[in-house]
Design a protein around this ligand. Structure first.
Ligand code: CU
Length: 269
């Protein structure tokens, strides 16, 4: 009997362990934890001020005053990283967002990532070049050229998506066809056939608070996006000199400027 239990009990125990392991495998894919909600909040500001569409009046680095009537931009290809370097890339099809200041519901990019603590966030500001060339059936929702985007964010097949659109009124801008002193910045360019204004942004979350992702809650990474950065940085823009920027070379300087606009403020866990 002693011999029997010495042999059998460990065998039963290891069978139980095996059963437990295989049961776990049924519910969770190997090597990853349960997915849980994570949001990234894009809180648009101008310098130290809150952005108020149409009514807010701001000053750029050249001392010109301006208001903002439209601000919208694409965020895509979100990934997060843990302190140990483990990275999770959100499945690309679920990773396109159009942030529109006119619609507060769009200020959150909501994704699902494995439970855990994340110290770094990476995303694309714009739309990756590969997606530009995909069939229209792969470009639905906010990427649908035929709809889903308020105030068009698409130029056409060869010119691609507008990554960031900033428009408003400035007395520094000349009077346009509508009788207004409008400035218009429509920035895009995915590398073919023109230059590439796709920007990859990485944000260190350690100082402002790591994201503790777990089920039953939505961790929220609260970012500030300071749109005044569009006017300054590698190049100080004068609205009088550049009241309209679209798919031209000067847009490279503006994209380099605004790529620095994100700052992590805090994380709600
Ligand atoms: Cu917050």
């Amino acid at each position: 009997m002693k011999y029997f239990s010495n042999m059998i009990l460990p065998a039963i125990a290891s069978l139980l362990i095996l059963a437990a392991c295989s049961k776990e495998k049924e519910t969770t894919p190997a090597g990853s934890n349960t997915l849980a909600p994570l949001s990234v909040e894009f809180d648009n500001i101008v310098g130290g001020q809150n952005l108020q569409l149409n009514t807010g009046v701001y000053k750029n680095a050249k001392g010109e005053t301006f208001s903002v009537s439209i601000l919208q931009y694409f965020i895509s290809n979100i990934s997060v990283k843990k302190a140990d370097g483990t990275e999770y890339v959100v499945p690309q099809d679920s990773s396109y967002f159009l942030i529109r200041e006119s619609d507060p519901a769009t200020r959150f990019a909501r994704v699902k990532v494995p439970e855990g603590e994340y110290t770094s966030l990476t995303f694309t500001l714009g739309v990756d070049s590969l997606r530009h060339t995909m069939d229209l059936s792969k470009r639905k929702g906010v990427l649908d050229p035929a709809g889903g985007m308020e105030d068009g964010m698409y130029w056409g097949w060869t010119m691609g998506y507008i990554f960031l659109k900033l428009e408003g009124i400035s007395s520094a801008a000349p009077v346009d066809g509508t009788g207004q002193h409008k400035y218009r910045y429509h920035i895009g360019g995915y590398g073919s056939p023109n230059f590439n204004n796709i920007k990859t942004v990485t944000i260190d979350l350690r100082a402002g608070g790591v994201a503790k992702v777990r089920q039953g809650r939505e961790a929220n990474i609260h970012l500030m996006a300071d749109i005044s950065k569009a006017f300054t940085g590698t190049h100080d823009f004068s609205i009088a000199e550049w009241p309209m920027i679209m798919l031209n070379d000067i847009s490279i300087k503006m994209a380099n400027n605004y790529a620095t606009m994100f700052r992590h403020d805090h994380t709600e866990n």
